[in-house]
Write a protein that binds this ligand. Sequence first.
Ligand SMILES: Cc1cc2nc3c(=O)[nH]c(=O)nc-3n(C[C@H](O)[C@H](O)[C@H](O)COP(=O)(O)OP(=O)(O)OC[C@H]3O[C@@H](n4cnc5c(N)ncnc54)[C@H](O)[C@@H]3O)c2cc1C
Length: 410
Amino acid sequence: MASQSGLSESQLDVREAIRQLTSQFSNDYWRDCDKESRYPHELYDALSEGQWIGITLPTQYGGAGLGISEAAMMLQTIAESGGGVSGAQSIHANVYPIMPLIEFGSEEQKNDWLPRILDGRIRSCFMITEPNVGSETLKIKTTARKEGNKWIINGQKIWTSSAQVASHGVILARTSEPTSTSRSAGLSLFFAPLRNSAPKTPKTQDDESSALRKGIEMHKIDKMGGNAVDANEVWLDEFEVSEDCLIGEEGKGFKKVLFGMNAERVLLAAESLGTGYAALRQAVDYASQRVVFGRAIGQYQGVQHPLAMAWANLEAARHLTYAAAKLYDERGGTPEQIGAQANSAKLVASEAGFKACEAALMSMGGMGYAKEYHVERYLRDSFVPRLAPVSREMVLNYLSTSVLKLPKSY
Ligand SMILES: Cc1cc2nc3c(=O)[nH]c(=O)nc-3n(C[C@H](O)[C@H](O)[C@H](O)COP(=O)(O)OP(=O)(O)OC[C@H]3O[C@@H](n4cnc5c(N)ncnc54)[C@H](O)[C@@H]3O)c2cc1C
């Protein structure tokens, strides 16, 4: 359904390979994952076997050496195949949280972590949001204090996706107070083992080492959609991690986490697009066959136009998304310039994805509302990129002040 205009050869190769790989996971597979709140282990295993999990890892660590441009294509294609946002989300926690490790990790850390990420022994999640601190990241309350050769972390995180299947978490914590000139000073970034090994999957035996480590507890959040992926509340109580879990310099973690967040925005943009295209495909198939008043409803322009408009909006957002991905991969601007593009792409693509799902559902009449046709699942999924990782309002605030240089309201 998505056109291929503007895509590079490597993106087209990724698209075709992932299209073939995901063809074994039907829409019914994804509906069951959603219904049973079941993580798609089979997709993870298939991608892992094909070495796709390490898509952005440099080749010297065994990775594919590709960029966010190709990772976005992989995730768009997973979403488009029927997985929706949650299908892509089940994989993306192993892509964007890793970007700060690749960019800012020491050689020793990279040699230790990256090969294990590639073969699935390490699986990650992103632990930033806190119950009282969502949009105001700089005010997080989680702390880390140094004792000997250990860091002791205390605090609470919320909405941590994929924590039930992660072995490690990228944790943002405050290690000292902000300074009078910098509110982000004193924040540090850690890549910490939550368990001693990756949690069990249907393919592996459960064992003691996959239990949570001392000082960490988590509970799943019951949510509206995206049920193929867990979201969690996490408590860290005197949680000990070794000193070599710190990424980069102490107190300078915010710039590093932003590097991951910009990648995350681009990936979620691509996932929104994939979900929107998947919904359109369902609606077009249905409207071509459903006969009312003697004609296929797809012949009526009142049905055609919202679908055509949705496609045009997805295509416009697609161009912006892949332009942002290219800028990110090429480090083609300041972090603020890359941030402006990545945020704009996330904003526009998430709205285009949502509108496409809505148009698809409405064009199908009652059957749009039936789980059998999958569009209601896509619509539920399409809310996630509108809310997270940053809301529409916060993106607009950022663009207003950083790009348009309007005065700050807070
Ligand atoms: C399904 C899901 C998965 C997630 N996964 C993760 C994850 O893996 N890791 C993680 O760390 N976090 C995750 N998040 C959290 C997500 O990043 C936050 O929900 C998001 O940052 C918003 O924070 P909040 O929910 O606390 O909203 P709040 O900050 O409480 O904001 C609430 C509302 O007020 C608006 N608002 C606040 N301030 C302003 C302002 N100044 N101007 C205008 N409007 C304003 C916001 O736009 C929003 O609409 C996830 C969230 C969801 C829903």
